[in-house]
Design a protein around this ligand. Structure first.
Ligand code: SF4
Length: 377
């Protein structure tokens, strides 16, 4: 059995570490590219969203590299992504890619026993015992959390670094080294090492960088190709930002504590109290957090054709009026050109920076007892 699964951010990096720990080799298709997107578009239904098109291209390539088994989360929702397993299977079967499929549905949909049977099948080639596999699984989750921590620190510190690019370099070097890690222990050592180095980056706390919240559709948040590497772009711009929707976030909501995603949990959000598919409700909740915690603005990203996030976008329009929220929505299409996106993000950052400078100036003047000449201050 040669296992593969589509690219979703670090899933391959983490997957390789876990499977090599338990003695199973996986097949990893190349990183997402425009060419792959074109290939995927060629065999996908027209109206389907970009994540599907990228995934189908990944699997076609993995098949050519020798993979014969696909593992696919198929949580039967909360949006089309949860149904993709079935559709991918039917398209790839009809095109001559006869994989064996292991769909990891939620236990609510298929029952605990069936889910356990499928999970056992995934690791059936391993010569390790159940206890060892379970331990490897738990430790892999610690790797995910540590990597998440590294990203979070880099995103915040990038706004204060004295020498541009230091934080970005640390994160990139860590991922490069993780690509060669022989197992979990080495992966943890690599991440810790880079976390230490990150904490030693020279900072200038006199800087007052923008504090942004990056949110949006889950695939675009996790897979850098799908968001045109927006995290690197923001770090290059010297912005401090937080990104809460990550692979670890998804695991916590879907696997560790699925009740967190139930409607009753989020009814306090009056703008979108019920789940309408995808993670639109959660995106809107990010907006509530943004205004409560005093971020300077929010950037919402999603791929063209994503229905749930279009609803969230409409809700943001109301929140912009009522909560004075500054929101930039970036919708990525299938074109490769990046200049348009970059210009819009730069303009948004520039506008927020000018406003922040003006506010600081006005507050200073107020403290010194000078009368403001600007309306509203
Ligand atoms: S959230 Fe949107 S883009 Fe993502 S899989 Fe669902 S419909 Fe597609």
């Amino acid at each position: 059995m040669k296992i593969t699964f589509p690219h979703i951010g670090d899933a391959h990096l983490i997957g390789r570490i876990f499977f090599s720990e338990i003695g199973i080799e996986i097949v990893t298709p190349g990183a997402n590219t425009l060419k792959g997107l074109e290939t995927g578009s060629g065999v996908s239904p027209d109206e389907i969203c970009i994540p599907f098109k990228l995934m189908v291209a990944n699997l076609m390539e993995a098949y050519r590299l020798g993979a014969d088994t696909v593992i696919m989360p198929a949580t039967m929702g909360p949006c089309r992504l949860g149904e993709y397993g079935e559709l991918l299977k039917s398209i790839l079967d009809s095109r001559g890619y006869p994989f064996q499929w292991i769909l990891l549905d939620s236990f609510e949909a298929i029952g605990k026993r069936e889910l356990l049977r499928r999970l056992t099948h995934v690791v059936s080639d391993s010569d390790k015992g159940k206890a060892q596999i379970l331990r490897a699984l738990l430790e892999t989750y610690q790797v995910i959390k540590a990597l998440e921590r590294l990203d979070q620190r880099a995103h915040i510190l990038a706004g204060y670094e004295r020498s541009k690019g230091d934080c970005k370099k640390e994160v990139a070097a860590c991922r490069r080294e993780l690509g060669d890690a022989s197992g979990i222990r080495e992966a943890v050592r690599i991440i810790r090492n880079h976390l230490d180095r990150l904490e030693k980056v020279e900072l200038d706390y006199d800087k007052k960088p923008l504090q942004l919240l990056l949110t949006g559709e889950i695939f675009s948040m996790i897979e850098p190709f799908a968001n045109h590497h927006i995290e690197e772009l923001l770090m290059d711009m010297g912005v401090s930002f937080e990104k809460r929707v990550t692979l670890g976030w998804w695991i916590r909501r879907t696997v560790i504590n699925p009740f967190q995603s139930k409607d009753w949990f989020g009814r306090r959000n009056r703008y979108l109290p019920y789940s309408i598919g995808g993670y639109a409700k959660e995106t809107v909740e990010e907006g509530v957090i943004c205004s409560r915690k005093g971020y300077d603005g929010i950037i919402q990203v999603f791929p063209v054709g994503c229905m749930p996030e279009i609803v969230a976008k409409a809700v943001f329009a109301r929140m912009m009026r009522e909560k004075k929220l500054s929101v930039l929505t970036v919708i990525y299409d299938e074109m490769g050109g990046e200049a348009g996106y970059i210009t819009r993000i730069e303009a948004f950052v520039d506008m927020l920076e000018r406003r922040k400078r003006e506010r600081t100036k006005q507050e200073k003047a107020k403290k010194e007892g000078k009368k403001s000449v600007l309306p509203g201050y």
